[in-house]
Design a protein around this ligand. Structure first.
Ligand code: SIN
Length: 567
């Protein structure tokens, strides 16, 4: 129903013809919790003995990652991983909190799978060697925004992602039959005559035979390439989060869903108006341990706004901070965690303490300046309950995917869990449905590359018009300006491939945000300040057709609108 007025997004990225070719049954793109779990589980599943004579014995799995194995968002995750593991907690309570945070846009079946399979998935991560924090021999669990129970397992205090990443890399390194190619950007999918997966083109910065653009022929691709943070000028995401997997999937004909639901983390350390790129996150777990927000006059403005006050769901807190910033004409608010004390800070939040101090703020004695900034894409490549996209042989898991568990606003610490649970679910089905080897068909799609130089202008457009608070005027202004940036011409290379991917996703995201004329979860429209279940309970699907983003609205089935989901 909503079309971008744009006719310049490429059907494929301009790139040299492949100078080398290799083969692997399955290619996993990305090396965070979702990618490495998928690689380990898919490899094990393919090679396990089956009653019908182990048809897939010897099947190979190749992991490709844009820079190095631990460069993605998993490494940076602070708070932890949510699962109903504590006394008195149940999957039903976790389900309830997830649905409420998701503001009526979750897929209830996906949420059910997440919360019921989550505890075992975390136990398996522990069995794999992940050292979660314990107190008196018992797994230590904390609370974050939107959770009514302590259910966040953490490691190294506030270094949960780094510890999970370490354990998964060790497991992959102990499985030499899983091949890894680092410094490999996935450019485009190769498709067979039936439109399904036949391979993927890569650009590798390597030495020897696999250097430059090459092709990997394969029978399935698992996308686990993370999010799109670099669409905005400031994000908690690392520099590698350039929406590559989402854009690749769109060019291959896949449907993307819920792109307008971009999560802005309420407490990102404010480093000044000119700060760009990855910004320091102050985990919600700091508020979970008792920190609270204050304005410049020391007022605790979250009190009375929500029953959970400073621990309200993330969208509620981000909106309250933004409102207070506007009301008081200030560029940020403050987080007060002084009362936690030096000893507690050093033990529980050593990473955040170090980062704050490196920026000249000592949270033991001083308030931390905080403001909302981009944090997470709740939408992505639309998948079913087993990670299947709408393209045969293409699966997606983790932040690149829209499995339906996050709805309009992801519940804190459900993202690592999503990657874990849905990668396991892909491994459950992939061996039985592995496609036959197929030759890539000639690719007639129009190739183009935008100039890498347009990236700061695109980020400024998106930050000014498509951030926490949106309006028809701002969204239209962004959609009017994006095509001119995309029509520029760039030279082949990582910077231009990334810029073109970012422009593709920025256009789709903005088109969906313009279409959703209501406020729901993290999508906040100042011109449509209320949630409208009669008109907008459902999803925006985005597809790329002949260079144009086509976004269509699909009402949710009535069965999805359970009481919990629409509360
Ligand atoms: C945080 O630690 O506040 C972020 C955790 C998350 O995004 O789930």
């Amino acid at each position: 129903m909503a079309n971008s007025s744009y006719a310049g997004l490429p059907g494929r990225l301009r790139a040299s013809a492949p100078g080398w070719t290799t083969r692997s049954d399955v290619v996993v793109i990305g090396s965070g919790i979702a990618g490495l779990t998928a690689a380990l589980r898919v490899h094990a599943a393919l090679n396990s003995r089956t009653d019908d004579g182990s048809a897939n014995q010897g099947a190979t799995v190749l992991v490709v990652t844009k820079t190095v194995l631990n460069a993605g968002s998993t490494q940076w995750a602070q708070g932890g991983i949510a699962a109903a593991l504590g006394p008195g907690d149940t999957p039903e309570q976790h389900e309830h909190d997830t649905l409420v945070a998701g503001a009526g846009a979750c897929d209830p079946d996906a949420v059910r799978a997440l919360v019921t399979e989550g505890p075992d998935a975390v136990r398996e991560l522990i069995a794999l060697g992940t050292n979660f924090d314990h107190r008196d021999g018992v797994l230590s669990l904390t609370r974050e925004g939107g959770h009514h129970r302590d259910r966040i397992a953490h490691a190294g205090g506030d270094a949960t992602g780094a510890e999970i990443q370490r354990a998964l890399i060790a497991a992959v390194e102990a499985a030499p039959e899983i091949e890894v190619i680092q410094h490999a950007l996935a450019i485009d999918l190769l498709r067979s005559a039936d439109g399904g997966v036949a391979g993927v083109t890569l650009h590798v910065i390597g030495e020897g035979q696999r250097d430059g653009v090459g092709a990997v022929h394969c029978r399935a691709v698992v996308l686990a390439s993370g999010g799109l943070g670099q669409v905005f000028s400031q994000s908690t995401n690392p520099s590698v989060s350039t929406g590559d997997g989402m854009a690749l999937a769109m060019r291959a004909g896949a449907t993307l869903r819920d792109l307008e639901f971009v999560q802005f983390h309420p407490t990102v350390m404010y480093l000044g108006p000119d700060s760009r790129g990855q910004q320091p996150l102050i985990s919600e777990a700091v508020r979970g341990e008792g920190a609270f927000l204050v304005d410049f006059e020391g007022n605790r403005f979250m009190q009375g706004q929500h029953e959970l006050a400073d621990l309200a769901p993330r969208d509620v807190v981000a909106k309250a901070i933004t409102r207070r910033m506007h009301e008081t004409d200030k560029p940020h608010m403050w987080l007060d965690a002084r009362h936690l004390g030096a000893e507690f800070w050093e033990k529980r939040f050593p990473t955040i303490l170090g980062v704050c101090r490196s920026h000249g703020v000592d949270p033991v004695n001083e308030l931390i300046p905080v403001a909302p900034a981009h944090h997470f894409a709740s939408g992505g490549v639309a998948t079913d309950l087993h990670g299947r996209s709408s393209v045969a042989g293409l699966y997606a898991t983790g932040e690149v995917a829209c499995s339906g568990v996050h709805g309009a606003n992801r519940l804190a610490s459900n993202s690592l869990l999503e990657g874990l649970v849905f990668s396991r679910r892909i491994a459950d089905v992939l061996p039985a449905e592995l496609r036959a080897w197929a030759e890539p068909a000639p690719d007639e799609r129009e190739a183009h590359l935008a100039s890498a130089d347009v990236r700061p202008a695109m980020q400024a457009l998106m930050t000014d018009n498509v951030s926490v608070l949106r309006s028809e005027e701002g969204l239209s202004a962004a959609l009017d300006a994006l095509p001119e940036l995309a029509r520029t011409t760039g030279s082949e290379g990582v910077e231009a491939w990334e810029a073109t991917n970012l422009l593709t996703i920025a256009t789709a995201l903005t088109t969906a945000a313009l279409g959703r004329r209501e406020t729901r979860g993290s999508h906040w429209r100042e011109d449509f300040p209320d949630r409208d279940d009669d008109r907008w309970a459902g999803h925006f699907d985005a597809r790329l057709e002949d260079g144009v983003v086509d976004v269509s609205f699909h009402p949710a089935p009535a069965s999805d609108l359970t009481e919990g989901a629409i509360r």
